[in-house]
Design a protein around this ligand. Structure first.
Ligand code: GDP
Ligand code: ZN
Length: 455
């Protein structure tokens, strides 16, 4: 077997998982050892020589393949178990798992015309296969429940534990799909991170150290960053826009300006936040996906920090969706320890604490890690589960998810079964909308009545 350093020979499932038992599934190998890894034609053997599955082996050898390297396609039964076992046997025989980008570039857009097209359709089909499978499971459950409503006496009672675990499983699958879609969306649109805090705690320095650019103006005078300053960084390939939210629009005669603002804001608004920034920075902070509240280890937690955080919390409450917050304790080079007791009352507010020195950049990788964790941005699952979900599909997935959630609480609260069917129908309809199937409420009802009568 190959493997080891360099590109080697890669393997991946290129058709959709979750297909029906009758479907054909394809594992594709690409690279110098593709043929060797594929082993014996016609039968796939695992390491112990056990027959995994009847497999049709289709070699497309260089230079006739698109990749200009040997490609071997293993066509087996389309169920997930077979596909995974064939894939694992390939990995055991020396291939390495292709990452999603390779899936597309080396295995798919790759290569032998017709097969490539179908494989590509297969990956895109991964999402529709999931949606289809969920929908048919909904209909199955609906049939079960409606049958109980119609022929209660003739049927054994519903297995509630089974029902609840099935619904919970489906809700989880929809959640995974939403997570994948969210991650895809993030890769395109990125994450907005607002850095807030009193003047002079080191917001601009932090932004500068982070982006290693000079896009923000760093100065010793409090509050001189003009308006909202943006810088772009990336964490694990996710584009992050940092917003430094200090905001004084005019820089001429800074000191005088600051004096004016300080006295005006203090007397009018009693808010540390507002003397530091004007409304635009507040809007930026509130529109962000995540807020980094910066304090200085030198000053510790101050009265102004309390005012600032209270102000943000109130604004956040009125604007609806909660924005996660991370606390950065900066200037740890000057005062290495700051007691958590100082901001104890806000402990629950901050999902994470990170200590930084913006001058040296110390702590910034911890800060990046905290952001990834707080936003739940674990890398997307492999195995080619990479879909692009459009806005319409996303909304219907959410609708499905909400229906499942309601259904679970209807069952928990022991509401009548008619209630359950309403939510299950709602889920089935949302899923049907995604797959573009024209299933009206009426058609659904007739399917159900047919099923029920057949029982
Ligand atoms: P901002 O008003 O919150 O944006 O603060 P700045 O980024 O403008 O920083 C204010 C002052 O603190 C500048 O003199 C910085 O060089 C200094 N500073 C910022 N971060 C640190 C740090 O981690 N350690 C030390 N020693 N000084 C810092
Ligand atoms: Zn600044």
């Amino acid at each position: 077997g190959g493997g080891g350093a360099g590109p080697g020979t890669i393997a991946a499932i290129v058709t959709s998982l979750g297909g029906g038992p009758a479907a054909v599934g394809i594992v594709r190998l690409s690279g110098p050892d593709a043929a060797a890894v594929a082993g014996r034609y016609g039968v796939a053997l695992d390491r112990d020589g056990g027959v995994i599955d009847e497999v049709l082996v289709v070699p497309m050898l260089a230079p006739r393949s698109y990749t200009r390297e040997d490609v071997v396609e293993l066509q087996c039964h389309g169920n997930d178990l077979c596909l995974r076992r064939v894939l694992r046997a390939c990995l055991e025989a020396g291939a390495r798992l292709a990452d999603p980008a390779e899936n597309v570039s080396r295995l798919i857009s790759a290569k032998s015309a017709a097969a490539a097209d179908s494989a590509l359709a297969g990956i895109q089909g991964g999402f529709s296969a999931l949606v289809k499978s969920l929908r048919s499971r909904c209909i199955e459950l609906l049939t079960e429940i409606e049958a109980r409503l119609d022929f209660e006496d003739e049927l054994p009672p519903l297995d509630l534990t089974m029902l609840v675990s099935k619904i919970n499983g489906m809700r989880q699958e929809v959640q995974d799909a939403l997570d994948t879609a969210n991650y895809d969306k993030l890769l395109q649109s990125g994450l907005q991170v607002a850095i807030i805090g009193r003047p002079n705690v080191g917001k601009s320095s932090l932004l500068n150290a982070w982006s290693k650019s000079e896009r923000a103006i760093v100065t010793e005078i409090a509050g001189t960053t003009r308006d909202v300053v943006e810088a772009n960084v990336s964490i694990h390939g996710i584009p992050i826009t940092l917003l430094d939210t200090a905001g004084i629009r005019e820089t001429d005669d800074i000191v005088e300006k600051i004096g004016e603002i300080l006295s005006w804001k203090y007397s009018m608004l009693h808010s540390a936040y507002l003397y530091n920034g004007v409304e635009r920075s507040e809007a930026a902070a509130l529109g962000a996906d995540l807020i980094i509240m910066t304090i200085s280890a030198v000053d510790g937690w101050t009265e102004d920090d309390t005012k600032l955080i209270e102000h943000v919390l109130i604004s956040k409450k009125s604007s609806g969706a909660p924005v996660p917050m991370v606390l950065v304790i900066n200037k740890v080079d000057c005062a290495p320890f700051i007691s958590g007791e100082q901001f104890e009352q806000f402990h629950g507010v901050f999902k994470k604490h990170v200590q930084t020195c913006a001058v040296t950049g110390k702590g910034i990788s911890e800060l990046e890690k905290a952001i990834i964790e707080v936003k739940g941005l674990e890398p997307v699952p492999s195995e080619g589960r990479r879909w692009t979900v459009n806005q319409r599909q996303f909304e219907q997935l959410l609708r499905t998810q909400q229906a499942f959630t309601r259904l679970e609480s209807s069952i928990n609260e022991q509401l009548p079964m008619d209630f359950w069917t309403i939510d299950l129908r709602e889920a089935a309809l949302a899923l049907a909308t995604i797959s573009g199937e024209d299933i009206s409420e009426e058609v659904l009802s007739s399917i159900f009545s047919k099923f029920c009568i057949g029982k």
